[in-house]
Design a protein around this ligand. Structure first.
Ligand code: UD2
Length: 309
């Protein structure tokens, strides 16, 4: 039996991961403050222990790690939105950086046994570096507090792993979509907002002209990458892009969703959001070299998503 800690485990990506982990001989502790996540995202299983708590409570998190001695730790709790971080820079720093630093420092200080720790950084660290596709060796250009804190934590993960020989790994998520993405928040991923608008005949606003590009990656593929990295000992002290490796305009993906659902989007166009990146897509050669990450074609992923809501 393996013991997992998933921070942010009631959130979109975390709960999809938990759904997969309960298929094995695992015990999973979820710490989530339910600021974005939903308790209803979590499966009703005696393999899952849910703790509603804020990861910025350092004493609480340190005591949990020391008492439980997890085999695997997956750090997904975050202010997950670039736009939200622009409004809340200090909260972003406390959640996306300091809380995670406390966790890795506790592991180091207490010499906790651990098979692997995974931290989710973001494609936001590449900023407006015009070179495409984004490859892990590119110079970073963190444009918002969100990107600064994600990058700082990513570096701390790699540095701790090297300095103290700890099994830590980090990734840069591109635009993840799929079942359980909460459309209730304006800060949720754009595809969940479009899907919600289509289903409930609500208006949708394109921030910008719809010509911005993203690398949309299906959440099931992201889960395959997380689990693969957790169980590949040589994947450590390193960072990997997690994406589909395809560049798609927002307009194109909105058109695809309209075709799949058979509904018409009631769309308006406004100014681009502050801190928004124009173009983004990933080189995924590095993660693909392991062979464990699945790549669901975009339209197939959109169909699975549409069928789930
Ligand atoms: C995503 C991630 C973020 C970070 C970043 C890295 C989400 C929710 N956020 O931010 O965590 O990793 O990638 O680059 O996955 N948009 C509209 N109308 C709306 C909402 C969004 O036009 O109602 C636009 C938005 O201005 C942007 C695009 O859609 O140009 C994607 O927005 P997003 O919030 O889904 O994701 P992004 O790329 O800002």
């Amino acid at each position: 039996m393996s013991k997992y800690l998933v921070t942010g485990g009631a959130g979109f990506i975390g709960s999809n991961l938990v759904d997969e982990l309960i298929k094995g001989d695992n015990q999973i502790t979820v710490v989530d403050d339910l600021s974005m996540g939903l308790l209803s995202n979590l499966p009703d299983s005696d393999k899952v222990t849910f703790i509603k708590h804020d990861i910025t409570d350092h004493d609480f998190m340190s005591a949990l790690l020391i008492n439980e001695k997890f085999d695997y730790i997956v750090l997904l709790a975050a202010i997950a939105s670039v736009a939200d971080s622009v409004d809340r820079p200090y909260d972003t720093h406390e959640i996306n950086q300091e809380a995670n630093l406390n966790i890795i420092e506790t592991i180091r200080r207490e010499h906790l046994p651990l098979k692997k720790l995974f931290f989710a950084s973001s494609a936001a660290v590449y900023g407006e570096n015009p070179i495409l596709p984004k490859v892990e060796t590119l110079a970073v250009d963190p444009l918002t507090q969100y990107a600064v804190d994600k990058y700082a934590t990513e570096r701390a993960i790699i540095n701790y792993s090297r300095l103290y020989d700890l099994p830590f790994v980090t990734v840069r998520f591109f635009n993840v979509f799929g079942p359980k993405q909460n459309p209730a928040s304006p800060y949720s991923g754009v595809l969940s907002i479009i899907m919600n608008a289509l289903q409930n005949d609500k208006p949708f606003t394109f921030f910008g002209d719809g010509g911005q590009t993203r690398d949309f990656v299906f959440v099931g593929d992201v889960v395959s990458a997380i689990i693969g990295l957790l169980h590949t000992p040589e994947a450590r002290a390193d960072v990997f892009n997690i994406a589909n490796g395809q560049q798609t305009t927002l307009q194109q993906v909105a058109d695809d969703l309209q075709a799949i659902t058979g509904k018409t989007l009631n769309a308006t166009y406004k100014e681009a959001r502050q801190g928004d990146i124009r173009d983004s897509y990933a080189n995924v050669d590095k993660i693909n070299a392991f062979g464990f990450m699945t790549h669901t074609p975009l339209k197939a992923g959109l169909k699975i998503y549409a069928d789930s809501v």
